[in-house]
Design a protein around this ligand. Structure first.
Ligand code: PAF
Length: 279
């Protein structure tokens, strides 16, 4: 596995891959990897001849400097995991190369970035699209994998890719779940035993929504709220039901796929989950 710290370093290998007609898959990350990232790598491996992973803690997607400083980092562990997973090349660019002195170009999906989670984290998605566009230009992959768990991020990246005409297939990789249904997250280890057991109510509520015979926005919202509110340890922090592709508001009976985006708190730990429901 090759580790490059400058873009020019990795471009030579990328040119070689292309010379042999190899398909390049990209997995952008901010490091501190877990099983969900390895699932993205495995998905990219199943579609591409070469897999490139970027590790870059992107300053422009953090609200304040203390969040950025507090972001966990463990490069040695990340590299060992990526090597075990069979990654070909890891690009770890410097901030000064991603954001050259005096840069003034941003990329923003103007509507989708400023709704839902974008309202509570102003500027976050602008930072994500700006960095992902730059990483796409550095690596020029044929495809790139992102988790469906960050559903709004995935839809925004799909839209940006389409609008800017990047010839890149954006692959949404389904949430990896624990055997009992809880979405995998590095936050799960912060749950105490009772909250860990109670957290199963999230996936149960999504299953109950899926099983509803008559699916309207109101009936979906009710079944989810009822199921979760029946668990005293759970507090719903966000429950959005939106048109799956555009993230637009929905009302009435479902006539097109809807995304349910859920955030639920257990003892100070916020857990996310989502599911796309078909009419
Ligand atoms: O999902 C993430 O880890 C980040 O938002 C991404 C896509 C790597 C951009 O920094």
């Amino acid at each position: 596995m090759q580790v490059c710290r400058t873009v020019s370093d990795c471009r030579e290998s990328l040119a070689n891959y292309r010379r042999y007609g190899e398909i390049v898959g990209l997995v952008p990350t901010m490091g501190f990897l877990h099983a969900g990232h390895i699932e993205l790598v495995n998905n990219a491996k199943s579609r591409a001849d070469r897999v490139v992973v970027t590790i870059f803690v992107n300053p422009t997607q953090f609200g304040d400097a203390s969040d950025l400083d507090a972001y966990p980092r463990d490069e040695a562990r990340d590299l060992a995991m990526l090597k075990d997973a069979g990654v070909d090349l890891v690009l770890i660019p410097q901030v000064a190369e991603v954001y050259p002195d005096g840069d003034e170009t941003i990329v923003e999906t103007t509507r989708m970035a400023n709704m839902l989670h974008g309202l509570v984290r102003p500027g976050h998605f602008r930072g994500v699209t700006t960095v992902v566009a730059r990483l796409f230009n550095f690596v020029q992959p044929d495809l790139a994998c992102f988790g469906e768990k960050d559903y709004q991020q995935l839809q925004i990246i799909k839209r940006m890719t389409r609008d800017l005409g990047f010839p890149i297939d954006i692959i949404g990789v389904p949430i990896v779940r624990e055997p009992d249904g809880l979405a995998m997250s590095s936050r799960n280890v912060r749950l105490n035993a009772q909250d860990r057991a109670a957290a199963l109510v999230i996936s149960k509520s999504l299953e109950a929504a899926e099983a509803l015979p008559e699916k309207t926005v109101t009936s979906l919202r009710e079944i989810i709220a009822q199921t979760i509110n029946a668990e005293p340890r759970a507090t719903i922090r966000g429950l959005d039901i939106v048109e799956a592709e555009t993230l637009n508001d929905l009302s009435g009976p479902l006539t097109s796929p809807a995304a349910i985006m859920l955030s639920v708190e257990f003892g100070g730990v916020l857990l996310l989950d989502q599911r796309v429901i078909h009419p």
